[in-house]
Structures are given as structure tokens and as C-alpha cells.
Design a protein around this ligand. Sequence first.
Ligand SMILES: O=C(O)CCC(=O)C(=O)O
Length: 215
Amino acid sequence: MKDLFAPKSTDNLLPYDGIVNDLGIVIGEMDALYEQLATELPWQADTVTLFGKTHITTRQMVWMGDKGLSYTYSGHARKAIDWTPSVLQIKKQVEDKLATIGIKVEFNTCLLNFYPTGTDGMGYHADDEKELGEQPTIAALSLGATRKFVFKHKKLKHRNNRYQDKPVKVELYLESGQLIVMHGDTQQYWKHTITKTKTMHEGRISLTFRRMLTV
Ligand SMILES: O=C(O)CCC(=O)C(=O)O
């Protein structure tokens, strides 16, 4: 039976200052796709410099995109590798899905993250680098283990008069095959994280599609 209270893909999951839509499970054969990406991609540890300290992550990453694109975040520049046929096909499916809620975008890069277990995560950050332009549209597709994804407002620490009882944190559980899209002012006002957990032992891959300015 259809759940009348299930959120619609056009509902905004953020209470203010940005837009996040949940398009639900948008692809099939997720297990096979997860295995394919886990084995065929050249995963590497990520290097992150925060407050002058450099860390090598247990999370693995691959940066993929149109020829010649490079991207600097967390203090390090990365050069994109060429699209693989499987990721290019997923990109097309994601773009088609977004078009169904009126978002027309052609992504030119994808950051893929591989979290081997629940103890691998990604700290709070915003994808607000200048190469992404103002109000970037970023689509995130999850494969594998279900993980918690949390948004936290950058400035508001507590509910205040301006927003009355609206929350300053929003939590989602992202399942295999699920697609969310962050757009509008989201990166300007909110940070997001993949929280760590000791209770999850399976891996997860995320594909975060972006459009970088190429001038
Ligand atoms: O793994 C995810 O879903 C989030 C990845 C992320 O925050 C990012 O690539 O900026």
C-alpha cells in the first residue's frame, strides 16, 4: 500500500536556508554496481589538511570528470581521471532523475567515496569551494551500507526567535540506491557529515556529482 505520509521528492528536507530533495531509491542492481565500483576503480586514501594538520583518511576516494578538470579542497589539488563507462551511465541516470523534479544540470565531475566500514566517515564540511560557483547543485547517490548523513546549520547553534521551533540539525539515513540532491543556498548555510558508527561493518560507496566552473 502507498504510504500517504512518505515525503515526496519535491519536499524540501531543510527547514530554511537551502534545499535538499530526496528522490528515493532510483537505481536497481545496486549490489552488483557496488561490487563493480569497489573492484574496478583506482581507490586512494584522501589527504585532508585542517587547521594546519594533515591527515591521511581511511576513507578512499576517486575523483572523476571531464578532461583537464582539477579541484582543490581540504587544502589539496586533485586532477580528475577520465569517466569510466559505468560511472558515466550512472551520471546520465542521475541527471534524468533530477530532470523529473525540474532540475536541469549536466555534471562534469564526480567525487566517489568508499567507506570500507562504519568507522570510516567524513567530518562536517560544506562543498562551497569557489570552483563550484554560487548555489551549486550536488547530487549524492549511495550504494552499499545504510549510513547516517547529518546537516548542521553553520551559524545557528540553537533554535532562536527567527526560526522559532525549526531545527538546526537534520538527519537522514541513506540507503543503497538512494539519491539526494543539495541545491539553492544549502552549501552557504549548512555543513554535512557522514557520521562514524561501530555497529556497521559493511562498506558504502557514494557518488557525489557536481558541476565545476571551467573558465
Ligand atoms: O558520502 C557521502 O554521501 C557524502 C560525501 C560528501 O560529503 C562529499 O563528497 O562532499
